[in-house]
Design a protein around this ligand. Structure first.
Ligand code: ATP
Length: 308
């Protein structure tokens, strides 16, 4: 019987000397899903992913990948995994095309190498040695190497870091296709929009732990709070509005004439705001309820911003 999850990490601890890089991390990745692991620099994302790939041994906790132990069962697991490392792992003198063909030959049913290179914009650099590729080309080659063998599960560590918008979109498209083919994808990213675009599930990691896990929708709805935004004439006295609103509501003039209210934005709150506007003789323009973004959720949970 197939195990329930493609990746099951429980209580993972990994230390480097005195640094506790991963501190009791739990993560479950469902088959055929895209999971984004989000977190600031140094949160422990890469260490977690590298432990799942079998490159690092846990100091404590358990890691099962496709039901196997990534270290003890490495020989059985490796052919079923696609791994895109943050930094190369490619011999600097090897030509891009040779490398891709070589890795393709190691697999029973590889993708068409030419077509893959073309769609990732690597068609013209097949004869270029790895060290002469631009950073973005090296990145795209690493992605191609990770997927060319039609893996069941891919780990993509910051797959779009430093890519131009076109290459970024090509990468997203490829991830969507992998998912449509039933491939499980785990990607780390600093980009909220990437997680919102691609992920079925998001795990927010901070200081070596998963502090929130769910679909982007669940996470964004998780806090009951929302934002109400409207424009009117500048300098309105928000104090008089706040007296009519629940005590947990915050209001600010974000820019001249642009007002933002944060709190539980429900029909009653909207009615109170519009009737206050009527009393003030203000026609509110562009009233909008703004959903929380993952960025807001992350900021609320950690007090930190993500760096792109
Ligand atoms: P980034 O987003 O910057 O890639 P990350 O979330 O992937 O960060 P890790 O690379 O896993 O985080 O690092 C977690 C912590 O472990 C950091 O404090 C880092 O400095 C430390 N660390 C990572 N690798 C090593 C290592 N080989 N030796 C010593 N410390 C390490």
């Amino acid at each position: 019987m197939r195990e329930k999850a493609a990746v099951e990490v429980a209580g993972l601890v990994k230390r480097y000397g005195r640094t506790v890089a991963v501190d009791g991390l739990d993560l479950t990745v469902g088959y055929g899903t895209v999971t984004a692991v989000l977190g600031p620099n140094g949160a422990g994302k890469t260490t977690t992913v590298e432990t799942c790939e079998g490159y690092r041994r846990p100091d404590a906790g358990t890691v099962r990948v496709l039901g196997l132990d990534p270290v003890a069962d490495a020989a059985r697991l490796r052919p079923r995994l696609g791994v895109m490392l943050q930094s190369g792992g490619v011999y600097p003198g090897v030509r891009a095309g040779e490398m891709l063909r070589h890795v393709a030959r190691l697999h029973a049913h590889p993708l068409d190498v030419g077509a893959l290179a073309e769609r990732l914009g690597l068609g013209s650099c097949g004869r270029t040695p790895y060290r002469r590729l631009s950073g973005g080309q090296q990145q795209r080659l690493a992605l191609a190497l990770a997927v060319v063998g039609r893996p069941e599960l891919v780990f993509l560590d910051e797959p779009t870091a430093g890519l131009d918008p076109q290459a970024r979109r090509a990468t997203w498209e490829l991830v969507r296709e992998l998912r449509a083919d039933g491939v499980t994808c785990v990607l780390t990213t600093h980009h909220m929009d990437e997680a919102e675009e691609l992920a079925d599930a998001v795990a927010i990691v901070d200081a070596g732990r998963v502090i929130a896990h769910g679909s982007p929708d669940e996470l964004c709805r998780g806090g009951a709070e929302n934002t109400l935004r409207f424009t009117g004439r500048p300098g309105l006295d928000l104090g008089s509005l706040l007296t009519a609103l629940p005590p947990d509501t915050a209001a600010a003039e974000a820019a001249p004439g642009v007002y933002r209210l944060r709190g539980t934005v429900d029909p009653q709150l909207i009615a109170t705001v519009t009737s206050w506007c009527a009393q003030m003789g203000v026609l509110p323009d562009g009233i909008a309820v703004e959903r929380h973004t993952l960025e807001d959720v992350f900021l609320e949970l950690t007090g930190k911003e993500l760096r792109g």
